[in-house]
Design a protein around this ligand. Structure first.
Ligand SMILES: Nc1ncnc2c1ncn2[C@@H]1O[C@H](COP(=O)(O)OP(=O)(O)OP(=O)(O)O)[C@@H](O)[C@H]1O
Ligand SMILES: [Mg+2]
Length: 153
């Protein structure tokens, strides 16, 4: 599914819709260049998952993993500073993927092997100052159907 967002608020809204249909065990792999809107989308996903909107969801650049509590646990991971598969294995990121958690990963392309089957792929492309093309898909037909339902206007 390809959706055009014309503002950061619209990207948060799209994230919210994705967050609404997520459940424990789901993982979201975000890719897109610097400043494309991955963190804003994650904010929306958090809100859709029932995280208190007053909690600031920002890129976990220093902590690598931020944890939030909503309908289920939300782990927000940013792989920006990692570029070796080795580093990632050492950090034991696999442990964050379990049945009670939703994991959202920025710069997911840096560790394609990290994700469980059926994960949700999101690619954000900068079209203009305020315009983004957001591509959202999953190989898993059940997850794909949930997404279509959640994102239908
Ligand atoms: N349609 C849009 N959707 C999302 N962000 C937008 C949009 N239009 C403008 N922006 C701006 O683009 C920036 C997106 O920042 P954000 O931190 O979400 O990017 P990011 O992809 O997480 O970057 P990084 O790779 O540095 O983590 C913000 O400054 C935001 O206001
Ligand atoms: Mg970010």
């Amino acid at each position: 599914m390809r959706i055009i967002s014309k503002s950061d608020a619209a990207t948060v809204e799209i994230g919210k819709r994705v967050g609404h249909i997520l459940k424990g065990g789901d993982a979201v792999a975000l890719s897109g260049t610097l400043g494309s809107g991955k963190t804003w989308l994650t904010k929306g996903i958090g809100i859709g998952l029932g995280v208190n909107p007053d909690e600031v969801i920002s890129s976990p650049s220093f902590s690598l993993v931020n944890e939030y509590e909503g309908r289920c646990l939300l782990y927000h991971i940013d792989l920006y500073r990692l570029d070796k598969q080795n580093d990632i294995t050492l950090l034991g990121l696999d442990d964050y993927f379990h049945e009670r958690s939703v994991v959202v990963v920025e710069w997911a392309e840096r560790s394609p092997g990290l994700f469980p089957s059926g994960f949700i792929k999101v690619k954000i492309e900068i079209l203009d100052d305020n315009e983004r093309a957001i591509e959202i898909d999953s190989d898993d037909p059940a997850i794909s159907a949930r997404l279509k339902k959640g994102l239908a206007i």
